[in-house]
Design a protein around this ligand. Structure first.
Ligand code: MN
Length: 236
């Protein structure tokens, strides 16, 4: 048996109500999945095919309910944005999964934030360069505990919102998604072989905006505990 020369930690997310964690393989994110957000980002919200990007799995910051976690303001940005999103966690995968079978892959759901260095993302978009530096940075994916479908059922409708310092900034309904979770899984499985451990960040509603050091964000999705973060200065 050949040993690894050193160990690398794998990201894992606590499962609500269980003494177990969900190991994370990949984080897929869908772009512009609520019509009003597509419009504010300058695109036509008709049902053009969905597009996806990834965040590295070690971008996850686990945020437990009932506490306000500290979230470091990232480097090299002056326009740091929140995007509240429903996260689907898969414990099965496959290729070419039909929409009708897709939800069988979902183990559970969590509240997540697709944090974005918007200025860097915009620069890259304008230059026809990859988005990674705008989306795939350390701590760029705060996520709450995963709530198993077996206990909580599938989340297809209900309010999703984000407030900053007590003021509601984003507010929509999960049923406003252009592409449902099932449709996203089906489409992703044509592009990639999905596997257990994959997460899908299912897109954000309109009214994304900036936060600065000292701000507190609270992300809410009906049926899941709130996720609360305070933006702090990065460690020197
Ligand atoms: Mn997003």
């Amino acid at each position: 048996m050949t040993k690894q020369i050193f160990e690398v930690a794998r990201a894992a997310i606590p499962v609500a109500g269980m003494d177990q964690t969900f190991p994370v393989r990949r984080i897929y994110c869908i772009g512009r999945n609520y019509a009003a957000h597509a419009r504010e980002m300058g695109s036509d919200p008709t049902r053009e095919p969905p597009f996806f990007f990834q965040k590295p799995s070690d971008a996850i910051q686990v945020v437990m309910p009932g506490v306000t976690a500290e979230h470091p303001y990232p480097s090299l940005t002056k326009n740091y944005h929140y995007e509240v999103e429903l996260v689907a966690a898969l414990d099965k995968g496959g290729r070419n999964i039909p929409v009708e079978k897709a939800l069988e892959c979902v183990y559970g759901y969590a509240v997540g934030l697709d944090m974005t260095r918007r200025d860097l993302q915009s620069e890259m978009k304008d230059g026809k360069k990859p988005w990674d530096i705008g989306k795939g940075f350390d701590n760029g994916a705060p996520v709450g505990p995963i709530h198993p479908v077996a206990k909580s059922g599938h989340l297809k409708a209900g309010e999703i919102s984000l407030s900053v310092n007590g003021t509601v900034k984003q507010k929509a309904d999960l049923s406003d998604m252009i592409w449902s979770i099932a449709e996203q899984i089906s489409r992703l499985s044509q592009l990639f072989e999905l596997k257990a451990g994959d997460l899908i960040m299912s897109g954000t509603p309109e009214n994304v905006g900036p936060v600065i050091v000292g701000d507190t964000m609270v992300a809410k999705i009906v049926g899941l505990p709130d996720l609360s973060l305070k933006i702090v200065k990065p460690a020197a």
